[in-house]
Every structure is written in C-alpha cells, then in structure tokens.
Design a protein around this ligand. Structure first.
Ligand SMILES: Cc1cc2nc3c(=O)[nH]c(=O)nc-3n(C[C@H](O)[C@H](O)[C@H](O)COP(=O)(O)OP(=O)(O)OC[C@H]3O[C@@H](n4cnc5c(N)ncnc54)[C@H](O)[C@@H]3O)c2cc1C
Length: 326
C-alpha cells in the first residue's frame, strides 16, 4: 500500500526481519534517485530510503532554472517527483524511511532504519549536505523570499537589486563576485575585520566597484514580511545595532555533510565529506557515494545527479564482476 504527499508516492512502513537487497540507496535527492534509476534499469531492484527530505534540497526551492531539458525551468519539488517516478518505472522501491545506523564492518552491509533493517550487497550513500544556517529570526521564514544559500541558483532573480552576502571565506567571496553579474550592489558582511578567503579572491573583491564591505558585524535578524527588505546588524566592537536595506541575503557560512552515521567506518576528509575516486568508489568494497555528501565544490542538481548515475553504474559493475568470479 502507498499514499501520496504532494505528488510524491510514499510506500507504507517496512516492518519485520532485516531485508536483503542488492542495492540500497540512502537518500532521495537528485544523487540518490539518479543512482536508483540506473540500478533499477540494470534489474537490481534497488531500495531507496528517502530520509526526511523527499527529493532532497532541490525540493526546497521553488524553481530550478539550470537543470537541462527544462527550458522554462521546473519546480524543485516537481523535479524530485519526476526523478522518483522514473526510477520506480524500472523497479526501484522508494521507502519513506530514514537510516539511523550502519555496520560497515562486513558485507552484506547492515543498515538499521526507523522502520526496520536492511542487509545490502552494495550501498550507495547519497545523504547530501546542508548549508549552515545563521539561526536568526526571519531566516527560515524568508528562505526563498530573498534569503538564499546558492548564488548560482538564485542570483538571476536579483537583477539590478541590492544584496548582502554573509561570510568571509572563499565561498562567500566567490559567490559574492558571481552575484555582481546581476545585482546592482553586493555588500559582504563579515564578523571580523579581515577575511579568511584567499588573497587573489580578496584582491578581486576589493577592486570590484559593486562590492562593499561591512566589517566587524553580525546579522541579528532578517527583516521583511512577504520578502526581504533589510537586515538588522550588530557591530561586534561597539554593540551598536543598525538596519541595512537589502533585497536579498545570501548566506555562505559553510556546509555540513550528512555523514555523522558513517564516522569511523569509512574514509572521510577533514570536513567530514566521504572521499571517493572518480568511479564513486569509497574506501570500502561495494560502498559507493554520490552527490553533495562527497562534493563540497559543485553543489548542483545536475552534478549530483551525474554522480548518482555513475554510482548506480559502478554498483552494477561491482555486482556483475562478483557474480562472474564466484
Ligand atoms: C534553497 C536551495 C536552492 C537550490 N537551488 C538550486 C538550483 O536552482 N539549481 C541547482 O542545480 N541546485 C540547486 N540547489 C542545490 C541542489 O539542491 C543540491 O546540489 C542537490 O539537491 C544535492 O543533491 P544530493 O542528492 O547530493 O543531496 P540532497 O539534495 O541534500 O539530498 C540528500 C537526501 O538524503 C536524505 N537523507 C539524509 N540523511 C538520511 C538518512 N540518515 N537516511 C536516509 N536518507 C537520508 C535526505 O532526506 C535527502 O533526500 C539548491 C539548494 C538549496 C538548499
């Protein structure tokens, strides 16, 4: 039996003994669903555990305008639904369930979830990442209404508008400079009096006439009703509070990969991203990775889906090779 939530088809809870599957995909974002599509087309009947965010981060955004094949753009949620339908058409099973623990010490790999347990011959980890939030009033309420975590995705909507960028690292400057293509002004708000970003980026930012800096300041509140109209700033030296008018707030204070569950069991980099080679192979045989959980650089639907396809293909090769050498 299944029920439907906003177009996504959600199967009922899985109960009982650990279920043995050939391919278990963790995550229902672009990476996970693309991996499931490829594994399904190889007749491997993959099972996808969706996690709490059906369709992943992409489903949180109103319109995606840079995914090829949709010249007029496509709703973020709609694209997730299409990914899911396509994978299911070839036999993928999408379970509304969240993995809570993994045992990667031996194959088949054991995954325990809210609704049961799985034994997986191959595992595709596509649990994504989340942009760090400021956790201030107005931030969540105005996300998609002027608050954004992705300049490549949303910059276009700010043609000839004033925007602020929060952060002082490489991504804040890179994304801030990217925004100068659209915005009339880009004000970078940084809590210190110097930047962490690389020197070359700093020089480019300092010499760009559209880029301004507000030093020693933190954003205390995003202000606006239907859309962003201003940010409330607090000077970290004087404590003085001021209001800065703006149309957009771009927050670049880092990302956190969803990898806590795997810590100590698989190789990761210093920031907690799972490391993989170009074949999406991890440090463990039969464990593949795809999307933002392994990618702190591109962070796009198309790149994540591409990595998912690669992981699905490689899981297929892995099982074929194992079957022929048995
Ligand atoms: C507001 C916003 C707007 C964006 N706009 C665009 C855009 O216009 N164009 C573009 O190309 N990109 C855009 N992006 C970026 C894009 O959404 C991501 O790059 C893409 O979704 C990453 O895909 P992913 O599958 O790797 O991970 P995610 O989309 O992060 O998906 C991760 C999945 O893993 C699941 N999960 C997590 N933990 C568990 C667990 N324990 N068990 C099971 N499942 C789990 C989650 O529920 C989710 O389904 C935007 C991002 C945001 C936040």
């Amino acid at each position: 039996m299944s029920f439907t939530l906003s177009g996504f088809s959600i199967p009922s809870a899985n109960t009982g003994a650990a279920k043995h599957v050939k391919v278990l995909v963790l995550g229902s974002g672009p990476a996970g669903l693309a991996a499931a599509l490829y594994a399904a087309r190889a007749d491997l009947e993959p099972v996808v555990l969706t996690g709490m965010e059906l369709g992943g981060q992409a489903a949180l955004t109103h319109t995606i305008e840079n995914y090829p094949g949709f010249p007029e753009g496509v709703g973020g949620q709609e694209l997730g639904e299409l990914f899911q339908k396509q994978a299911e058409r070839f036999g993928a099973k999408v379970e509304f369930d969240t993995a809570q623990g993994v045992d990667l010490s031996q194959r088949p790999y054991k995954v325990t979830s809210d609704n049961g347990a799985y034994l997986a011959d191959t595992l595709i980890i596509a649990t994504g990442a989340r942009p760090n939030h400021l956790e201030i009033p107005g931030e969540y309420e105005l996300t998609g209404k002027g608050v954004s975590y992705c300049a490549t995705c949303d910059g276009w909507f700010f043609k000839e508008k004033k925007v602020v960028v929060v952060g002082g690292g490489d991504s804040a400057l890179e994304e801030g400079l990217f925004l100068t293509r659209f915005a009339s002004s880009v004000t970078i708000i940084h809590r210190r009096d110097s930047l962490r970003a690389g020197k070359v980026l700093q020089n480019r930012a300092f010499s760009d006439p559209k880029v301004k800096f507000v030093w020693n300041s933190v954003v205390k509140e995003v202000v606006g009703a239907e859309k962003v109209t201003a940010v409330k700033l607090r000077d970290t030296v004087t404590g003085q509070e001021t209001l800065l008018e703006t149309d957009g707030v771009f927050i670049f204070i880092g990302h956190t990969p969803n990898t806590q569950m795997f810590q100590g069991q698989i190789e990761m980099d210093a920031l907690g991203y799972i490391t993989a080679n170009h074949l999406m192979e991890t440090s463990l045989p039969g464990v593949f990775v795809a999307g933002e959980v392994a990618d702190s650089h591109f962070r796009q639907v198309i790149t994540s889906a591409g990595m998912g396809a690669a992981a699905g293909i490689q899981a297929t090769h892995f099982l074929e090779k194992e079957a022929t050498s048995a």
